[in-house]
Design a binder for this molecule. Structure first.
Ligand SMILES: *Cc1c(COP(=O)(O)O)cnc(C)c1O
Length: 445
């Protein structure tokens, strides 16, 4: 076995990427930018995206048979690693009875009950097919309940590609959104207020000025789509209190944090009960799923019980339900989250240790099994304005060296990493040593 310094000092093995390159050339003739979701195209790190052929526990194997220790986990869903036997069996057995009926099934009841019986903030749930769809439906529900139209979001939080939330802040404490994508009208963007995370003054100001017009506030309580921006409990509690006082619906978008930082997600960890929650990712065990849920009285406004329309041809799809239930049953086993968090904590500690003495400032931090690496001396970031765009060049360099050493992350420095149950402490220690060594070898900014 090579030591870390040997691995660092010898030139990076050049992995063959011939097949990935050929597949990408073909894909470019089929899909915009060659992909079906933009970050996958490697634009922010450069080079050729790896076309994956197989996942095996903690590892990914690409079309050229290169093996990578995977910290992307399909962007979060794979908390048990790839091809977990319980999920595989559940999906195969379910498929034998047909893939979809468009009629209710016991599988929906099973997954619904698993969530409601074990999540402190969910009394009723509705399954959809993606996180975006969950968020979009929750916004409509909040507007339908309150009869109000404005919504408030936080700069640096991602909520899927929902028009009303693909908005940027202007400059100022509280601003109306500006369209963040071509195709989103100013009329839609201007219904969304944007405030900075971790800024109590901005939050109070927004409520002082606009509380009477607000249908809802939506937040990623553990913002993890733009680095990992850890919020103080006090900030989230103040938000909860303001929403209660002004009768504004509080939506926790837990698509990434749900079933990840705890079974009950951030709501459980912070001991705060939002009115509505959005889920996705882990809930589907690697198959497409989304859900929104929360207080019974609010969920009763959804059709056919209430006047807020929402439907889906493949909603509650049997395969997704079976995969999700198989995954959640594993997560409910005693000690699951404690073990995963302890492993992550050790990994992040070893990573920071291994990067000591680097010419660039470097810090990794985590919550539960979500971690992020930033080129900074600050112990943690709480708002997106802390992130310096030029450091992303360093990430791009680090990224390709990690790939060459068989370590796979989401291809952007803004993306978090995930430790999954399939990672062993030995693999994590080895990866921490390698990544730390690569960081030490980076040139100064
Ligand atoms: C991933 C994510 C979404 C979007 O989910 P999709 O399934 O990609 O549509 C929404 N909100 C958060 C917090 C997410 O992490």
């Amino acid at each position: 076995m090579s030591t870390t310094s040997e691995l660092i000092n010898k030139p990076a093995p050049t992995l063959s990427t011939q097949k990935s390159k050929a597949l990408f050339e073909q894909a470019k003739t089929l899909f915009p930018g060659g992909v079906n979701s933009p970050v996958r195209a490697f634009r922010s790190v450069g080079g050729t995206p790896r076309f994956m052929a197989k996942g095996e526990g903690a590892y990914l194997i690409d079309a050229d048979s290169n093996r990578y220790l995977d910290f992307c986990g399909s962007w979060g869903p794979l908390i048990l690693g790839h091809a977990h036997p319980s999920i595989e069996t559940a999906v195969i057995e379910t498929l034998k009875n047909g893939a979809s009926f468009g009629a209710p099934t016991a599988l929906e009841n099973a997954l619904g009950a698993l969530v409601i019986e074990n999540h402190p903030a969910v009394e009723r749930i509705r399954f959809v097919s993606s996180g975006t769809e969950a968020v979009m439906s929750a916004l409509r529900l909040a507007r339908g309940i309150t009869g109000k139209s404005k919504i408030l979001k936080f700069e640096g939080c991602y909520h899927g590609h929902v028009d009303a939330l693909l908005v940027k802040a202007g400059s100022g404490l509280v601003t109306f959104g500006q369209s963040g994508s071509a195709g989103i009208s100013d009329a839609v963007a201007s219904e969304t207020l944007v405030v900075d995370l971790n800024n109590l003054e901005g939050l109070h100001e927004a409520f002082r000025l606009y509380a009477s017009e607000l249908a809802c506030v939506i937040i990623e309580p553990v913002p993890a789509n733009n680095g990992l921006l850890l919020q103080k409990g006090e900030f989230l509690q103040t938000l909860r209190d303001l929403c209660t006082e002004h009768k504004v619906i509080l939506i926790f978008d837990e698509v990434i944090s749900g079933f990840r930082v705890a079974f009950g997600g951030a709501a459980e960890r912070y001991g705060i009960t939002p009115d509505l929650l959005c889920f996705g990712k882990i809930l589907g065990g690697g198959l497409p799923v989304g859900a929104y849920g929360g207080k019974r009285e609010y969920m009763a406004h959804i059709s056919p019980e209430g006047p807020v329309y929402q439907a889906g041809t493949l909603s509650g799809n049997p395969l997704s339900m079976a995969a999700g239930a198989a995954q959640l049953r594993e997560l409910l086993k005693p000690g699951f989250y404690e073990t995963l968090e302890a492993k992550t904590s050790q990994f992040v500690g070893e990573l920071n240790e291994a990067a000591t003495g680097a010419q660039v400032p470097f810090k990794a931090w985590h919550m539960g099994s979500i971690f992020w690496m930033a080129f900074t001396d600050e112990p943690v970031f709480r708002s997106s304005d802390r992130i310096s765009a030029p450091t992303m060049t360093l990430f791009g360099m680090l990224y390709h060296q990690m790939l060459a050493q068989g370590i796979y992350f989401g291809p952007s420095g803004y993306e978090v990493g995930f430790v999954n149950a399939a990672h062993t402490t030995e693999e994590l220690s080895r990866a921490a040593g390698i990544i730390g060594g690569l960081v030490r070898a980076l040139p100064p900014l």
